[in-house]
Design a protein around this ligand. Structure first.
Ligand code: HSE
Length: 311
């Protein structure tokens, strides 16, 4: 195996009640990456198509994640890796752009090396890329990209990830207003302390959300999709957020919240028909403003990163 081409999926982090711990993997939105062995040792980014991102290995999230993996190899290898990134997920979109690059590269290198590392180790390497991107080694986007489906980061040190079940007919609708919100800025608006009563409501919701996934309970899932802690602060950064949410719920969505650190907004629906109706309704809201928006409907991707070809 000399070269591998992969699909590196977009992800939704936080999922309303699960700030920094819950995430899920999407199917129809993602980057492509080609990673090949090269005679020259080390990691070199040779091509980036679609977005203006740094080529210098140490300044690129994929480069940093790849170096973290190579650093942990037990035996020294006498070759290196070249990376081509075909970027479709815009940085600062809230649907895991940096995570797709960081998770994608470590998954691909692991395949080329015949899988010396476990999924949890790959998440550990990938979150070094997240640290470069936003200043914190968050794992709630890279975990679902690598594990697929829904994941819960149940410990950060040592890192521990729970893979959760998904609901068969669950679809996500994503509305991405074309403004950039940096994760670091979106984290900066959050308070360091939260009132105890908000904490109580929030962790009750996380428990209910996880229970809903295990019991296939769409109503409970819907009830649990409320964020008392983060959304009140971050929603102010997103134009039309309250109108979008109100209309999504009116259209039959199970819940609506900020995807990751925004500005993307996600909704969950039972069945593709409702998810498409929600998309039509919500996209018309941005049509009436000066802000362009992109929209997607996706089933939950239970596989995570996909191999497109191997040579
Ligand atoms: N949990 C992170 C945050 C995700 O909300 O800051 C960033 O996409």
């Amino acid at each position: 195996m000399k070269e591998i081409k992969i699909f590196a999926p977009a992800t939704i982090a936080n999922i309303s009640c699960g700030f920094d711990v819950l995430g899920c993997c999407l199917d129809t939105i993602g980057d492509e990456m080609v990673i090949r062995k090269s005679p020259k040792k080390g990691v070199k980014i040779i091509k980036i198509v679609g977005m203006d991102l740094p080529y210098k290995t140490n300044n690129n999230v994929a480069g940093v994640a790849a170096l973290a993996l190579l650093d942990k190899l037990e035996k020294e290898i006498d070759f290196g890796f070249e990376i081509e990134i075909y970027k479709k997920i815009k940085p600062g979109s809230g649907i895991g752009s940096s995570a797709a690059s960081a998770a994608g590269v470590v998954f691909a290198i692991n395949e080329l090396l015949e899988k010396p590392f476990s999924k949890i180790e790959l998440v550990e390497f990938a979150r070094k890329g997240e640290e470069l991107a936003c200043g914190s080694p968050i794992a709630d986007n890279v975990a679902p990209a690598i594990f697929g489906g829904f994941t819960l980061v149940n410990n950060t040190d040592p890192l521990s990830i729970l893979q959760l079940p998904t609901l068969k007919d669950l679809y996500a609708t994503i509305i991405h207003p074309q403004i950039e919100i940096k994760t670091s800025d979106s984290r900066a608006v959050l308070p360091n302390k939260i009132p105890l009563e908000d904490g109580v409501k929030q962790w009750a919701n996380v428990g209910a959300f996880v229970h809903a996934l295990h019991t296939n309970d769409y109503d409970l899932l819907s009830d649990s999709l409320t964020d008392y802690v983060v959304e009140p602060y971050r929603s102010k950064l997103i134009p039309e957020f309250n109108k979008i949410k109100k209309n999504a719920l009116k259209e039959g969505a199970l819940g609506c919240g900020i995807s990751g650190s925004g500005p993307s907004i996600f909704t969950f629906s039972r069945g593709i028909q409702i998810a498409n109706n929600v998309l039509d309704k919500l996209s018309s809201i941005f049509h009436n403003t000066h802000i362009e928006s992109h929209h997607y409907v996706s089933k939950i991707n239970t596989q995570g990163i996909k191999i497109l070809s191997i040579k």
